[in-house]
Design a protein around this ligand. Structure first.
Ligand SMILES: NC(=O)c1ccc[n+]([C@@H]2O[C@H](COP(=O)([O-])OP(=O)(O)OC[C@H]3O[C@@H](n4cnc5c(N)ncnc54)[C@H](O)[C@@H]3O)[C@@H](O)[C@H]2O)c1
Length: 369
């Protein structure tokens, strides 16, 4: 037991189960020692399901008493920054925080500063980086299967740029080899008081982004589009071929094949692979592919879409340096430009009545998040 890494989980809802599944599959290397959630019912259910005795209603008390080596942050987006910073302040070896990394650039940078200051390895839970189909697509594109990637089409269907498009942007960057975005231009619609996990979101959006490798990506968010992709995916058009990629399969057309080739790569559960790479990262064997810089890049592009809508301009992104470097002012504001638009009256609610598209996650009598 003593040579196993001690894991603590903050937030015992839906995604915490996937984290637990990952750690449980690696029981020779880690042990989940404690959990925290202010909702007794959630604590009890989760604790019983995974046989975890030490249960806390206060995450900070858990961190102080249990001194975990690894902390999983599985709360809603607004708590990602405060919980990650609270965890980092207690100097665990690593923190795995759920996506989206945070709700604005200021929070992202504060999380990175907290991790850096306390020598904590910080990864963000974009587990699609461990999906077999996306990994094969990345490998094929790197070896030139479609020539030089020129254009990517992606349509998000699922409730908000921050929640959903951060995944899409992250896997597009991953498949392309994590290029930096140079500019972003986009627009949004928000006529009703729409929220997602308590965060104000738009009803639909579209964006164009240009990456340093010369690829343009077009994102269509929550707008009807005749896509054949199943689940999350994108279409990559290259100088020498086309690749349609989703979580289950790849359709490839290149100059060497007579027609479409269908590939169905099989691989490990992404949540197990994600947890294993975290341990390997702690041990200095690899760098985690979900490291905070990549989680931050996805939030940055979403904030740039909002900033483009707010300022009616193309938002240019500058290279990431140290988070402490003042030249690291990547979008024009550190706060969410969506919040600024709403608060300044530039995006009036024309159909009043607050609603939360994830209200079904709430327990008890709460409906609104
Ligand atoms: N990687 C993925 O594919 C994926 C999938 C689903 C959700 N998520 C992310 O996971 C996060 C959580 O989403 P969910 O669907 O699991 O939500 P959920 O509502 O099912 O779970 C959140 C839990 O956090 C608890 N909580 C609230 N305040 C807390 C606090 N102060 N301390 C400790 N716990 C607290 C809640 O009581 C709840 O049990 C979100 O940010 C979401 O984006 C990621």
């Amino acid at each position: 037991m003593a040579d196993k890494y001690r894991v603590a989980i903050i937030g015992c809802g839906g995604i915490a189960n996937a984290h637990a599944r990952g750690y449980k599959a690696l029981e020779n290397r880690v042990e989940i020692v404690a959990i925290a959630d202010p909702v007794q019912e959630a604590l009890q259910e989760f604790g019983e399901r995974y046989g975890i005795e030490r249960r806390y209603t206060d995450a900070r008390e858990m961190l102080d008493k249990e001194k975990p080596d690894i902390v999983s942050v599985c709360t809603w987006h607004k708590l990602h920054a405060p919980m990650t910073i609270a965890a980092c302040a207690r100097k665990p070896k690593a923190v795995l925080c759920e996506k989206p990394m945070a709700t604005n650039m200021m929070e992202c940078d504060e999380m990175m500063i907290a991790a850096q200051r306390n020598n904590v390895k910080l990864a963000i839970g974009h587990q699609r980086r461990f999906n077999a189909s996306f990994n094969e697509a990345k490998r094929l594109i790197a070896q030139g299967a479609i020539g030089k990637p020129r254009l990517v089409f992606c349509s998000g269907t699922n409730q908000g740029l921050l929640n959903d498009a951060t995944h899409s942007i992250d896997f597009i960057r991953y498949i392309l080899g994590d290029p930096r975005a140079l500019w972003v231009m986009g627009n949004i619609q928000r006529k009703s008081d729409r929220h997602e996990r308590s965060i104000r979101i738009e009803e639909c959006a579209e964006a164009v982004m240009y990456f340093e490798n010369g690829t343009v990506a077009i994102l269509i968010q929550e707008l009807l589009w005749p896509s054949t992709l199943k689940g999350m995916g994108a279409i990559f058009l290259g100088s020498d071929g086309i690749m349609e990629v989703d979580e289950r399969m790849i359709r490839l057309l290149d100059s060497k094949t007579a027609g479409w080739q269908i590939l169905e790569p099989k691989g490990e559960d992404p949540f197990i692979a994600q947890a294993r790479e975290l341990i390997d990262w702690i041990e200095g064997k690899v760098e985690h592919r979900g490291k905070a810089e990549n989680g931050r890049a996805a939030v940055e592009i979403v904030m740039a879409i909002y900033e483009s809508a707010r300022m009616h301009e193309c938002v240019k992104l500058q290279p990431i340096g140290s988070p402490l470097d003042p030249s690291c002012r990547l979008v024009h504001t550190r706060l969410s430009p969506l919040d600024l638009m709403i608060d300044s009256g530039h995006l009036p609610v024309e159909r009043p009545g607050r609603y939360d598209v994830r209200a079904f996650l709430l327990r008890g009598e709460e409906m609104r998040g």
